[in-house]
Structure formats: C-alpha cells, structure tokens
Design a protein around this ligand. Sequence first.
Ligand SMILES: CC(C)(COP(=O)(O)OP(=O)(O)OC[C@H]1O[C@@H](n2cnc3c(N)ncnc32)[C@H](O)[C@@H]1OP(=O)(O)O)[C@@H](O)C(=O)NCCC(=O)NCCS
Length: 164
Amino acid sequence: MTADDLDAVHAVEISAYAHPWSRRNFLDSLQSGHPAVMLLAEPLPQDRHLPLRPDGRLLLGYLVAMPGVDEVHLLNITVAPAHQRQGWARFMLDALALWSRGQGAQWLWLEVRQSNTPARRLYTRYGFAEVGLRRGYYPLAHQKREDAVVMSLNLVARRATEAA
Ligand SMILES: CC(C)(COP(=O)(O)OP(=O)(O)OC[C@H]1O[C@@H](n2cnc3c(N)ncnc32)[C@H](O)[C@@H]1OP(=O)(O)O)[C@@H](O)C(=O)NCCC(=O)NCCS
C-alpha cells in the first residue's frame, strides 16, 4: 500500500466500519514504515459493477501491522463488504503469520472491539486467545467508549500444531 492507494483503501474503510480509520491514520502508518499490504484480484464477470482500481483490479482487502521486538501487532485488517465470508481474512492472517515468522516474531497481538463478533470469531477460530481487556479503548457515538479485547497468537505453538 502506498499513499496513491489511499482513495481506494479509504473508500473500503468507510464502507466497512462504523468508526473507520481516517486517511491520516493510514498515512501515519505508511510514513512510519509499518507493513501495509493490499489483497487485489482480477474482477470476475459478476464484479464488473464494483469500483475497480485504475489498473483494472479489485481491492478485496488490506492489513496494516506494526513489528516489535519479538512480536507483530495487527493494527487493521479489513475485507470489503462485497467480498466477506469467502476466506480472505483468514488468507491475509496466513500471510501475516508467515511474514511475521520470517521476521523472527513469536507473537501476533491485536485489539478488537468487544462488540465485533465477526472479528472475534475470526481470531478465535484462527487460534488467537483472549488475554486481556482495555477499558474504554475505542470511541463510540455520544461521547461513550467501548472496551477492547486484547488477543494474542503464539506463532511458534501454531507452527508446531500445523506441522503435526
Ligand atoms: C472481520 C472481517 C475482517 C472478516 O473477514 P472475512 O474475509 O469475511 O472473514 P473470513 O471469510 O476469512 O472468515 C473466517 C472465519 O471468521 C469468522 N467470521 C467471519 N465473518 C463472520 C461473521 N460475519 N459472523 C460470524 N463469524 C464470522 C467465521 O468463523 C469464518 O469462518 P467460516 O466462514 O468458515 O465460518 C470482516 O468482516 C471485516 O472486514 N469486517 C469489518 C472490519 C473489521 O471489523 N475488522 C477487524 C477489526 S479488529
């Protein structure tokens, strides 16, 4: 993902979240050098009505992460609403886990809104464990706040399970 992609990325972002990242959030991540990748596909005939990129491809989703010492923190993972429930988030998590292991990371970490049942189910099914709660971490409408569930995945243990 580069700054040139942010029109398309942000269009998906605002279609997918009640509280989306701003363009500034994406730019800050890119300028900090955080890994940010997009999942692109050649459109199928039934996708022709969907907005295509200038190169004619479809933006299915994206993720943004932040490497630490022996961990990688997942900051944003999003699949465009028209392409959800087709395994793309799991596919991106696989790619992230592979890349993170290649960096020598042992852990993946993330926060997720307590009310985000689809995402919590995705992460739990993937093997993440709920390890904590950050009170009032996310903004809600009307000056209210929502807790974040902190989740982690042990990449070493997961690789052992995959190998077995
Ligand atoms: C959460 C999100 C990334 C999932 O993407 P996706 O590509 O639809 O997920 P997948 O198709 O890879 O689903 C993998 C598993 O996650 C769970 N899951 C995904 N979406 C779900 C939903 N709407 N309801 C219940 N479980 C869901 C299921 O267990 C699913 O496996 P199954 O389809 O075999 O039952 C997507 O819904 C999204 O972009 N939501 C808005 C942004 C967001 O909330 N991002 C996460 C922020 S922490």
